[in-house]
Structures are given as structure tokens and as C-alpha cells.
Design a protein around this ligand. Sequence first.
Ligand SMILES: [Zn+2]
Length: 246
Amino acid sequence: MPASAGPVAPEILADIAAASRILAARGVVDGFGHVSMRHPEASDRFLMPRALAPALTEPADIMEFDLDCAACDGDDRKGFLERFIHGEIFRARPDVGAVVHSHSPSVIPFGLVTAPMQACFHNAAFLAGGVPVFDIACDHGDTDMLVSDNAKGVALARALGDRPVALMRAHGSVACGPTLQTAVFRAVYTEVNARVQHWALALAGDAETLASLSDEEGRLADQPNQTAGRRAWDLWRREIRDQTGW
Ligand SMILES: [Zn+2]
């Protein structure tokens, strides 16, 4: 049984619970989906709610796991079945501080077709440079589609590579970032970008003709920790504080 890396500030636990509720309020998660954050004091631990609908998450629901996804200090509450998504991305990507997994509906079609997801506007600049598609069948054949063990998490992290977002065929997507705020921003704007691309494809009829951001435009416009990303978080966080008091 792994030991806890130590207590976490109440404000951080509240931010993780708020992130769960923000993602629900923005239509990124519904009854399913989850967000996690690396432990601020220990790179080999992460924090994640127990298994429950994200909109119901309270700060007291946050659990601590090691990167094998075992709960610390014998916490016997039920964790999410797909927590291996988070553990293996944290293991593979030292630059990642937070991960979001969702089944947001506008994104799913791009994991089913050959037309790639493109960065259709500046708030989704982080998508420029490519959005890989993880196909769980490549390594694991026929499954229930869930990333429910370490080996499947490893395969997903490999497909993600060094990118901020990966699609999961016939399932959903993952978004990650250096901070909780950036991962939430990217998850929200991946869903918005998918809607914009559907509208653009309805007009254009051809993914090849979309005037989306170039790789270099994406690099220049991807400033998640500067004003735009922070402003969005401050707004969304305030809405949750007004509802919950925390
Ligand atoms: Zn899932």
C-alpha cells in the first residue's frame, strides 16, 4: 500500500473539486469523465476525486494515488475505473501537471473518421500541430473500450506522445497541461473547437479546405497561462464558488 506524500492545501482540493464542476457546467463531462492533478509536493502521486458524477464533487472527495493508480494510505473509497489514463500520462509526461478525460460529444466524431481535428480558432491554438487518435484495439484487440489497467494507460500515453490532446476512438478524449487551469481550459476549448469544425465542415464540405491555424500560428497563439486562459478560469471558478461557498 503506497503512503501519502503528505497533506494538500485545502484550496488545492477545492480547486480540483471546482474543476470537476466547471467541466460539467461547460458540457465537457456529464455523469462520466474526470480530472486529476499531480500532487504539488510529490511527482509520483496524483490527486483525483473518488468515482462520482463530476458535478457532485466536493473537496472531501479528492483521493491520492501513486502512479500505479493504487490509493494511498489504504483509502478504500472507490476510485474511477479509468484512473489509469491519469497515472500513466503523469508517469510518461513530467511536464504534465493535470489531466482531463471526457466523452464530450462533439469531439467523438473526429476519432471515427479520417478527417483530422484542426485548430479552428485561436483559443484552440494548442491543437495546431496535430491531434493523435488512440485506438485501443491496436494493442488490446476487442475490449469494452475502457482504459481500465496500467497496460492500456501506457498505450494511451504512447499515442498522446508530447501533445496536449489525444482523441480516443469511439470513446472520448484526453487533454492535459502543466497546470489544472490549463488542462481545464484545453478540455473546454477542445469541445468548442470540435463544434466550430463541424460547422466549418458543414459549410465547406471538405476538411482539406479549412483555413485553420498553421503549426506556427498555433505556437504563437498558445499562451494558456497568460491572460486569456487565466481569465476564463477566474470566471468559471467564481461561478462554482458562488454556488458552493468554497
Ligand atoms: Zn472514458
